[in-house]
Design a protein around this ligand. Structure first.
Ligand code: TXA
Ligand code: MG
Length: 318
């Protein structure tokens, strides 16, 4: 029998029993457990094969829950929360002392977000505890944007995937931390940098050197298909180079119609970055299952969600 189900009541009883449920969000599916259950949290790390030094995001149903999770809210964090929650933004703030160290990997800060997905908001509002949820993929693999991706990854090691359909944003949340009360982007994501800057003015993006291996989304190789992946602005040149191999092409909107290509996926025929983001991971999952020798990916325009997608693709191709 499939582990994919729409039964919220069943999800509640599994979670109350300190076990895990994969939950839909508007970004990617998460592998969720009760933040106050040591058993559940340990099982998140084991199931994902994720190192214990990588902290988890806490998911809550409303801004009224925030006081129980964090100790302080800088003015700009409050502005951002009011503007973008529920939504694809995670804030890293000073933690409330009752948040277990396992969640934060012993850090003094905690990551928190209110996801914008009807099913999961209903689930969260019916549970007496918040949910910790990293993306529901084995460590370093491509994040899941459909219930089938999660079921394929974990099979009998997971009791249930709560079916909320295809994730509409399709890439992970944008993570924002604070340095002397000023926002700093830790991870680019589904909320475009420009939208954030419209609310709080210019913000800095943590560069590769400052990036700390304890933030896995920041690792240089991450979000990676099993198949060799190349990110390029010169798709034609790479096709020529690999013409004797089995080639897959993932392009923004152009068709590279070429009989040396074995598979081609276009992310958005109408050049729409939002549509491209929502199709990105599913397209990578599809190409990765075709036994190709190489996946040639066209670099996206370096603004808005294109910038966030290029960040992921650089790590996939590293
Ligand atoms: O869209 C998303 O954010 C999804 C959905 C399920 O909400 N979740 C997600 O979680 O992408 P995960 O665990 O795959 O990525 C969370 C990132 C990691 O890179 C982690 O290191 C970072 O958040 N993080 C968590 N707590 C942190 C903290 N206290 N300080 C710095 N980084 C933190
Ligand atoms: Mg992840």
């Amino acid at each position: 029998m499939s582990i994919i189900s729409k039964d919220i009541q069943k999800a509640i009883s599994i979670l109350e029993n300190e076990e895990l449920v994969a939950i839909p969000t508007e970004t990617v599916y998460g592998l969720a457990g009760n933040i106050f259950s040591e058993k559940a949290i340990k099982s998140i790390f084991e199931t994902k094969q994720r190192p214990l030094f990588n902290p988890l995001i806490v998911h809550v149903s409303g801004i009224d829950q925030l006081d129980k999770i964090v100790a302080e809210i800088p003015a700009k964090a409050k502005l951002l929360a009011e503007k973008f929650w529920p939504g694809s933004m995670t804030l890293v703030l000073k933690k409330n002392p009752n948040i277990p160290d396992l969640i934060t990997a012993g850090k003094s800060t905690v990551a928190v977000r209110i996801p914008n997905h009807k099913t999961t908001l209903e689930l969260l509002s019916k549970l007496p505890f918040p949910l910790a949820a990293p993306s529901a993929n084995p460590f370093n693999n491509i994040s899941p944007t459909k219930p089938e991706h999660v079921a394929r990854y974990f099979k009998e090691n997971l009791k249930m995937v709560l079916d909320g359909g295809t994730c509409k944003n399709g890439i992970e949340s944008t993570i924002i931390g604070f340095n002397n009360n000023e926002p700093v982007i830790y991870r680019l994501g589904a909320l475009a940098l420009e939208e954030i800057e419209n609310v709080v003015g210019p913000v800095s993006v943590m560069n590769e050197k400052e990036k700390n291996p304890d933030a896995p989304g920041m690792l240089q190789k991450h979000y990676a298909p099993k198949t060799k992946t190349i990110l390029t602005t010169n798709v034609k040149g790479e096709i020529e180079k690999y013409k004797t191999s089995k080639i897959g092409v993932l392009s923004f909107s152009t068709s590279f119609k070429d009989n040396t290509i074995d598979a081609e996926i276009r992310l958005s025929r109408s050049n729409n970055l939002q549509e491209a983001a929502s199709n990105l991971y599913d397209s990578m999952h599809q190409l990765d299952h075709l036994n190709l020798d190489v996946i040639i990916v066209e670099k996206l325009p370096e603004f808005g969600l294109g910038k966030s997608m290029n960040d992921r693709l650089k790590r996939a191709a590293f």
